[in-house]
Design a protein around this ligand. Sequence first.
Ligand code: CO
Length: 209
Amino acid sequence: MELYEQVFENNRQWVAESKERDPEYFKNMAMGQSPEFLYIGCADSRVQPEDFMGVSPGQVFVHRNIANLIPNNDMNSLSVVQYAVEHLKVKHIIVCGHYGCGGVAASMEHHDLGKLNIWLRNIEDVYRLYRVELDAILDKKARQNRLVELNVWEQCLNIMKLSFVQRARAKGDYPKIHGWVYDLENGVVNDMKINMRSMMTELAPYIIE
Ligand code: CO
């Protein structure tokens, strides 16, 4: 059987098993969602947040794209963040990059990749901001991995800059913004422990009144 056909077989089994565990499972699921997390991660097929976070459907609102970017003019990711903050009222926004990210690696190669060039330019801009630090790292893999981390930090800043995020935070302590890096080689997720206070200090000149 081809994998394509197999997935329908898998689905039937999964439905049956889920109902056996809890006959009301799908009925309850259909009633609505109130996830605590917004997860923004890479589209990479090997990085599956629900698996490595050990959470169930309904607990994480997910947005994934190449290299976990939230560009300032990307209606798609910005709509996701706004919906998650204003309507779902998530407590935590997680930006999760991963070591060995193909998108980050490609941004350092400068080949013509068509439309992808425009998307990857967002990461090239991050490189430009940290050129001195990055150019000093001689090992290519280590340099890529550092860019993965810096890219996560910059995307967290992009989220922090959003007026609706600032409005929500002015009313309380949430949403908290977290930068993570997932390591494909051992499955471990590392919290970069972003200090939101220092992030706000860095952003202070750009905050909208
Ligand atoms: Co990736």
